[in-house]
Design a protein around this ligand. Structure first.
Ligand code: SF4
Length: 197
């Protein structure tokens, strides 16, 4: 069965695709399980199928809607943007969790399309230089993926109120300090989050 939306605490997550330009060594796609959910999709949903799936997650009481799921949501850019309008129309905040490679994936600068659609963009930084990033995340774009995600953050800042980098806490204090320098240089917040096994 396809899980197009699921809820954890007061956040509803939207799962649009299995596709991703990375193959991160820590990705939950490898085990096909996240908490009690199987997120592998047999079919990518259209807008109406996502809306239909919301019956089960009590979207009315949710604090925020997050495009996240297994894969990289920007592969389904048009569906995501249309859903942003829907969620705004019912009074919900929207967030994109992304690997920051959406403009490489789509072949043009997608950030300008986020204006008025996304309230927050959270970009996984994952490492503090291009070589380390590629060793961990194995992007199909190679080392340029790291530079692209930094540029993407700068672009998103022009159109989205809250832009942040996120990094997992297992990388150690020295790396976290370097990540903070990168975030400061771009002018975005760094969120250090717990590693989920
Ligand atoms: S970017 Fe996210 S979805 Fe893609 S492989 Fe890495 S952890 Fe998995």
């Amino acid at each position: 069965m396809n899980t197009y939306s699921y809820r954890i605490d007061d956040i509803v997550y939207i799962n649009l695709t299995n596709k991703c330009s990375n193959a991160c060594e820590f990705c939950v796609r490898v085990t096909d399980s996240y908490k009690e959910y199987s997120l592998w999709l047999d079919n990518e949903p259209n807008v109406q199928e996502v809306i239909n799936s919301l019956d089960k997650v009590d979207v009315d009481s949710a604090k925020e809607i997050v495009f996240c799921g297994y894969g990289e949501p920007t592969y389904k850019l048009d569906v995501m943007l249309e859903l942003c309008d829907y969620f705004h129309s019912i009074g919900k905040k929207t967030r994109l969790n992304t690997n920051g490679q959406g403009s490489l994936i789509m072949g043009y600068n997608i950030a300008e399309k986020f204006k008025g659609k996304l309230d927050t963009v959270s970009i996984s930084l994952n490492a503090t230089d291009a070589k380390k990033y590629q060793a961990l995340c194995h992007s199909e774009f190679g080392e340029k993926a790291f530079y692209a995600l930094i540029d993407f953050a700068k672009e998103c800042k022009k159109y989205v109120e809250n832009v942040k980098f996120s990094i997992v806490d297992v990388i150690g204090e020295e790396e976290i300090a370097k990540a903070k320098e990168i975030a400061d240089a771009v002018g975005v917040e760094l969120r250090v989050r717990a590693f989920i096994e």
